[in-house]
Design a protein around this ligand. Sequence first.
Ligand SMILES: Nc1nc2c(c(=O)[nH]1)N[C@H]1C(S)=C(S)[C@@H](COP(=O)(O)OP(=O)(O)OC[C@H]3O[C@@H](n4cnc5c(=O)[nH]c(N)nc54)[C@H](O)[C@@H]3O)O[C@H]1N2
Ligand SMILES: Nc1nc2c(c(=O)[nH]1)N[C@H]1C(S)=C(S)[C@@H](COP(=O)(O)OP(=O)(O)OC[C@H]3O[C@@H](n4cnc5c(=O)[nH]c(N)nc54)[C@H](O)[C@@H]3O)O[C@H]1N2
Ligand code: SF4
Ligand SMILES: [Mo]
Length: 714
Amino acid sequence: MSEKSGTFFRPCSFCESACGLVVKTDGRRVLSITGDKNDPHSKGHICPKARALKYLHEDPDRLKTPVLKTGSEWKPIGWDEALDRSAALIRGIQKAHGRDSVALYFGNPNAYSHGFLLSMLPLILALKTRNRYSSTSVDQLPTMVAAYLVFGNQAMVPVPDLERTSHFLVFGSNLLVSQGSMMSVGNMANRLSGLKERGGRLITVDPRRHKTARAADQHIFIRPGTDALLLLAMINTLFGEGLVKPGRLFSHMKGMEKLRLAAMDFPAKIVSPVTGVPEETIRQLARDFALAPAAACYGRMGICAQLFGGLTNWLVFALNLITGNVDRPGGLMFARPVVDAVPLIAKAGASGSLNRYKSRVSGLPEFSGELPAAALYDEILTPGKGQVKGLLTIGTNMGLSSPDTRQVEKALSSLTGMVCVDYYINETTRHATVILPISTPLEHEVFSLATEALMVHNKAKFGEAVFDCPKSARHDWQIILGIAARLKGIPAADFFAGLGQPSRVLDLLIRTGPYGSGLKPRGKGLTLKKLRKFPHGIDLGPLVPCLPKRLYAPDKKIDLAPQPCLDDLARLKEHFFGKDASPEKGALQLVGRRTNKSMNWWLHNYSKLMENNPFAALMHPEDAKTRGIEDGDLIRVSSDCGQFEVQARLTHDIMPSIISIPHGWGHNRPGARLSVAGQHAGACINEVTSLLAVDAMCGMAALNGQWVKVERAG
Ligand SMILES: Nc1nc2c(c(=O)[nH]1)N[C@H]1C(S)=C(S)[C@@H](COP(=O)(O)OP(=O)(O)OC[C@H]3O[C@@H](n4cnc5c(=O)[nH]c(N)nc54)[C@H](O)[C@@H]3O)O[C@H]1N2
Ligand SMILES: Nc1nc2c(c(=O)[nH]1)N[C@H]1C(S)=C(S)[C@@H](COP(=O)(O)OP(=O)(O)OC[C@H]3O[C@@H](n4cnc5c(=O)[nH]c(N)nc54)[C@H](O)[C@@H]3O)O[C@H]1N2
Ligand code: SF4
Ligand SMILES: [Mo]
């Protein structure tokens, strides 16, 4: 239908925001990409990255056929040969060295592909390796761990009810740039101005006064990694001042007394000097939160990628819970998507697990069948039974996105075989034996399966493919099932026949979901066919309360004081109040930041996105002065792991002794074929981050807060 007119409506599949796009084509080329004003979720919002859909599609560097490495050359090969070789490589290594000798690593963009999400299980089952990794453990792992421990299901992640809250407290997230994450908002600026218009308040807590902080009613500087202390002191204040009012859900909670006792050790007076937040500010923060008509506390990368991410995410949930701000309008609520993964996960016995086993070398804990990314490189480099010798990556530039790129580089170049599913020969896939390129987003259908479960207002949308998929291209699910079938020794055709196209599976999931028609052919509710009739998406209304019905712990309780969290408090105390607790002299603490025209490590090959997209470090004038650094100078940032040079920008919008550096750069690796990115190489922040900085409780990489040496270059 829309093919004729050349106008297509679809969600953007680059980030969790899932903004509605209008893509106009002349049948062969994209003419324009604009925001869809009729999309009830994003109401016309898009960001500069959306146009990368066109650039990616037209990029001459993008692989159009599989390639095989022969010596230092890449040879194009056909799909059957490529899939046969990939499967043979994996099977060969597993036969010789055991099942765990091949590792799997799934990267961030897979979260936006329903094709991937609906086909990954057969691959996991076919590989049967304990060495399963993903970007989760450099991203949102602590949030999922906390959701599992507190609400009983790793997918029960509550989102702030931005439409109705009157008090929004944000830790470690620059919402106006990132658009938020572990929540799908669509149009952040609009939602935050709505909050202001209602007379609500926005408060940010961050070592940097970023764009969102500048738009906030109050900004609080905090020393990196100390958020758990601040939250404990806030909770302590609430208990001390009789402000704990858990409300309706109280009878479904357990652990209140344990939480009170835990917080007793952390009064505002004690945590103030460590966090850098004045005592009275801490108390006032707690009171304001408790007394607001409806409050929501949320945090993202700043409270995940740090040494105490697990504790901090638990405490964020606890703060919301004991003030009665969970599962009520204006607080933290749960989305009700058309495909509801939570009960499916529960039924499959996969609600979550923590520390059932540990990684072989570094002893880091398992979470829900995955091991932490920070553990992988030791597994590759350390000989012994179970050593990883083969790697299958799907949609990750892990060579740059993991800490300590020097060590990662050493590990990747030592592998016996590596298969990558990716568009490019980039900094990571250049290590591969075979690269299997997938169709571009314009060549396949889009459905935001994962992000619709995190929407701040219920909504469903399905986007048709804009272009026919060329005969020579394959979708990710075809590649994944193609490898899985070969590993299982099943003819690929049988595999597809059994599982069907993702859209068929999707239809089944929608029919059996919360709004579904059921399995009868003429049921009343939603089907994929009906959803397809609403190209701008269907507005399914504001978030609605769902507890206690959706509690999945065996005792059906919300746990305010999970044992793994209580146990981890000793590490927190030792770290900040133990005998070795003084900060490193003369060093600065590194924090990361997102920028408007970058998407992690993969949209730098498009010249339009590289205009006014500088690679620069932000530091405080005081720190610059003591080092003889002036605005615009080239500085050297170093640690035990490595070093790089970057331009310094001086600003008072950052705490003294902090340095903020964006990620996504480092395109100077030999053999990568990214001609535009190569001209804007910059340096990779992870050249100076260490694999040893890990949140021991859950295995999350502590990318933020590491100490680095900073001096003038040259
Ligand atoms: N334009 C753009 N948008 C993106 C992305 C992108 O690359 N570009 N990436 C997407 C992805 S994958 C994600 S996960 C999200 C991330 O979304 P955000 O979390 O909003 O992204 P960041 O800019 O990394 O913000 C992290 C903030 O934490 C602060 N911080 C560092 N350490 C601490 C700490 O210990 N405590 C506190 N309180 N704050 C701290 C940093 O100063 C920084 O301001 O963004 C998504 N959106
Ligand atoms: N120091 C530091 N490190 C960080 C972070 C930080 O803030 N600081 N942030 C962390 C976070 S939150 C994240 S999410 C990770 C991101 O790191 P990764 O998960 O490694 O993801 P990207 O860097 O986005 O790389 C995506 C890769 O997938 C390919 N690709 C794009 N779309 C698709 C697709 O649909 N299918 C397939 N098969 N391939 C595709 C791209 O070409 C690219 O090679 O980095 C983490 N690392
Ligand atoms: S904010 Fe995210 S979803 Fe929206 S247009 Fe930009 S990249 Fe796409
Ligand atoms: Mo992320």
